[in-house]
Design a protein around this ligand. Sequence first.
Ligand SMILES: [Zn+2]
Ligand SMILES: [Zn+2]
Length: 245
Amino acid sequence: MKLKVIGTGSKGNAYLLENEQEALLIECGVSIMEIKKAVDFKVNKISGCIVTHEHNDHAKSIEEVLKSGIPVFATKGTFLGKTIQSAYWRRVYEIKQRDEFEVGRFKVISFPINHDVNEPCGYLIYHPDCGITLFLTDTYYSNFTFKGLNNIIVEANYDTEIIDEKLRDKKFLRDRIYKSHMNLDTCMDFLKANDLTAVNNIVLIHLSDSNSHELNFRKKVSEMTGKTVSVASNGMELSFNKTPF
Ligand SMILES: [Zn+2]
Ligand SMILES: [Zn+2]
């Protein structure tokens, strides 16, 4: 299994878990063309798309994805935030914030997260090739810890020190970020709270361009966890297997 980062950050998020036979699209906050290119235009290969919440950097292309024949799984709150022509409703799969469902051979569990929208969720994704992968973004903390994870894709949005300094005179904006995104310290506390024994990859996503330091984030998280840590960037591909070999 491979993880392909089509886009990450506030300009647009989309990630693919892909093997020879099939792919799961996570988020569709980039153009449909970028999504099609990422699978060499073999759109049929995509079993489905799961979306965490309605913000455009995660859900911009929902209607285009449906139009391309790809089923989309998201909460009612997320779908209500988008305009979708009735012709495509048959490919809309409404899930609950706590739910279990299958997308091709991917088994997915949703759970609630903390963000400034209706019914946002994170996902635990199981596939025989890559074991259990956690996908957690756009939440200022996690209410849950998880057992038996093999791969972790988690938001590390900003550094509190940078933001306090930069947004000293823009308290409204600062507080909005505080209550909607995960900072590096919270991300590290979250990782610390989980059993990382079986984890092969930690991928940090959705870094803020102006309020983060990529190298520093990677260094801190890898020193603390002793794991392989990557900072997602557009076009990146990582091998994502159940075992490290
Ligand atoms: Zn976002
Ligand atoms: Zn968001």
